[in-house]
Design a protein around this ligand. Structure first.
Ligand SMILES: NC(=O)c1ccc[n+]([C@@H]2O[C@H](COP(=O)([O-])OP(=O)(O)OC[C@H]3O[C@@H](n4cnc5c(N)ncnc54)[C@H](OP(=O)(O)O)[C@@H]3O)[C@@H](O)[C@H]2O)c1
Length: 248
């Protein structure tokens, strides 16, 4: 292993764009150096790394992987540790999201949705345990309010996120006192890039006490709080949904 890096290091999966990229900027601004994982968004991930390198040289490492590829998961952690010699935070953000209406759902869809939303977070976390333990670090899983209250026509996505929520609590139980494990459950903050509505936006706003859609920055702020400012919090999943799940 190289000498231990002098700043805390966070690995964010799916960091090239959208919520992952905003989380990366937020953690970086708070003093974390980063391993930015991406799959297909190579241009976006490189541009993000360049932007962050201009702010602080030597503060980023790019890691490319298909998270369904199980051997790639410990290999990513190994590559990160070879570069930085430490890991303080793992943010399991990457996620597949698409409808799987009953009657038409396929085993391939099951595999794809569970691979990114549940399987990879588990095996990445498992591979990261020794380094996170040495750093007394933390894991934050990006869950979804739909893990608790299902979104119509998305049973497999909701099930995969529910597995991630259960994993958050199981790992918190197993990994204390050295590693804290928490989750963030956003309401709709960014609509899918294929343009299909994540939910009916007007209906959603009318049910939301804070009367606005969330932003990626709202979610990233909760991730930072859980990692840096909540030393007595573990096994929790913080809803960042403007209060939307308060009403039925
Ligand atoms: N957006 C929302 O309103 C919302 C609401 C509730 C929960 N969430 C959760 O918050 C997190 C971020 O949301 P988002 O909308 O920013 O996510 P997203 O854009 O839908 O996906 C983030 C990234 O995940 C990566 N990814 C997907 N499948 C992968 C695989 N098999 N292997 C490797 N990478 C894979 C993709 O990377 P590449 O582009 O590099 O291929 C993608 O850019 C997700 O966990 C999501 O479920 C979001």
């Amino acid at each position: 292993m190289p000498p231990r890096h002098d700043r805390p290091v966070a690995l964010i999966t799916g960091a090239g764009r959208r919520v992952g990229a905003v989380t990366a900027r937020t953690l970086h601004a708070a003093g974390y150096d980063l391993a930015l994982h991406y799959r297909r968004s190579a241009d976006e991930a490189r541009a993000l790394a360049d932007e962050l390198e201009r702010q602080r040289g030597g503060s980023t490492l790019l890691l490319q992987a298909e998270l369904a590829d199980l051997p790639a998961l410990p290999a990513m952690i190994e590559q990160l540790l070879t570069h930085y010699g430490r890991l303080d935070a793992l943010v399991n953000n990457a996620s597949a999201f698409f409808p799987t209406p009953l009657g038409a759902a396929t085993p391939q869809q099951w595999n794809e949705l569970f691979a990114s939303n549940a399987q990879a977070p588990f095996f990445l976390s498992q591979a990261a345990i020794p380094a996170l333990r040495a750093a007394r670090g933390g894991i934050v899983n990006m869950v979804d309010i739909y893990a608790e209250r299902p979104l119509a026509e998305h049973p497999l996505y909701c099930m995969a996120k529910a597995a991630l929520a259960a994993m958050t609590r199981s790992l918190a139980l197993e990994l204390g006192p050295d590693i804290r494990v928490n989750g963030v459950a956003p309401g709709a903050v960014m609509w899918p890039s294929d343009g299909k509505p994540y939910d009916d936006q007007q209906a959603m706003l009318s049910r939301t006490p804070l009367q606005r859609a969330g932003t990626a920055a709202d979610v990233a702020g909760a991730v930072l709080w859980l990692l840096r400012d909540a030393p007595f919090v573990t096994g929790q999943i913080i809803r960042v949904d403007g209060g939307r799940t308060l009403s039925v």
